[in-house]
Design a protein around this ligand. Structure first.
Ligand code: FES
Length: 107
């Protein structure tokens, strides 16, 4: 049951406890975090669940696979070294405190 935090471009924050085993995207949409659209429902084809992972967390996540890498080249907001698709991040106790930033736009 990690506590996770989404920081919006205007500085607002959504912080909540998420269940283990769901994706970061599922946790966000379940909680109603705006700015995480997830058009494809987590099938890794839309890139509208893009987030910027807080730098200190980047190396603690499994690296993106080839498909995620390709999709990250097509995000609406600029791709950064910390860009990830939130539907590809599976939550567990090791991600207690995970913090990500919501991009300015997803489409
Ligand atoms: S929800 Fe579509 S790529 Fe993540």
């Amino acid at each position: 049951m990690p506590d996770i935090r989404f920081i919006h471009p205007d500085g607002r924050e959504d912080g909540f406890e998420a269940p283990d085993g769901v994706s970061l995207m599922q946790a966000a949409t379940g909680f109603g975090v705006d700015g995480i659209i997830a058009e494809c429902g987590g099938s890794a084809i839309c890139a509208t669940c893009h987030v910027y992972v807080e730098p200190r967390w980047v190396d603690r996540l499994p690296p993106p696979d080839d498909n995620e890498q390709a999709l990250l080249d097509n995000t609406a907001a600029e791709r950064r070294p910390t860009s990830r698709l939130s539907c590809q991040i599976r939550l567990g106790p090791e991600l207690q405190g995970l913090t990500v930033h919501v991009p300015e736009r997803q489409t």
